[in-house]
Design a protein around this ligand. Structure first.
Ligand SMILES: C[S@@+](CC[C@H](N)C(=O)[O-])C[C@H]1O[C@@H](n2cnc3c(N)ncnc32)[C@H](O)[C@@H]1O
Length: 199
């Protein structure tokens, strides 16, 4: 089975219990910072948007125009209920074909690490293509390199990361300028967080 299928099946099962789990991780500081980088009413693509809380909802509440995509149809169903003012689609982030220069910002919060790391660079390049000039990319990945399959909220789940130095070099190679990158502790978990700008 493709790793993406395992992840999709897993999140379809996890969807009803995800909200409670997600509430442990407070990303308000990152989101507050993100919006200082965006023009008013910016168009944002939220990749691996999950149930739309907290990221999509925060952005909609701050008057941004948000499109959320997620590989799990069950997560998308809940996102539509949670954030009716955003639009949502079920897509695999490997296959996004929005037009060139379509968005002021792309967010991928706790989602890229579910895709095999060998595909991260092509995803970053595609994010670059879909962003407008000076558009903002905001994402996180794990802080340790490697692939892992384990149980997550009772379901089989796949994770894949490069070490931060390698992720950083891929972001630069994809023609982004780094604004901020750091390993941060959120909800007692360490992730590598990146804010970057399309050159
Ligand atoms: C840990 S959740 C995070 C959700 C949300 N971004 C948040 O901050 O709460 C990871 C999400 O990424 C989605 N995802 C994983 N692999 C994906 C892929 N290849 N394409 C699109 N979404 C994916 C999952 O279905 C899940 O909803």
């Amino acid at each position: 089975m493709k790793k993406e299928e395992m992840v999709r099946n897993g999140y379809n099962e996890i969807a009803p219990k995800f909200k409670e789990f997600r509430s442990i991780f407070d990303n308000l500081p990152e989101l507050e910072y993100l919006i200082t980088l965006l023009p008013k009413k910016a168009k944002v693509l939220d990749v691996g948007c999950g149930i739309g809380i907290p990221v999509t909802r925060f952005l909609v509440d701050h008057d941004f125009s948000v499109t959320g995509i997620d590989i799990s149809e069950k997560m998308v169903e809940l996102a539509k209920l949670n954030v009716p003012k955003a639009e949502f689609f079920q897509y695999d982030m490997n296959e996004l074909d929005f037009p060139d220069n379509a968005f002021h910002c792309i967010t991928a919060v706790y989602s890229l690490f579910h895709v095999p790391k060998e595909k991260h660079f092509s995803i970053l390049k595609n994010f670059h293509r879909m962003l407008k000039q000076n558009g903002i990319l905001f994402f996180c990945v794990g802080h340790l390199g490697g692939d892992d399959t384990n149980e997550f909220l009772g379901e089989e789940m796949f994770w894949s990361n490069y070490p931060p130095e390698k992720t950083l070099s891929l972001v630069k190679e994809a023609e982004f300028e780094i604004i901020f990158d750091e390993i941060l502790n959120r909800g007692d978990e360490l992730q590598y967080w990146v804010f970057a700008k399309k050159k």
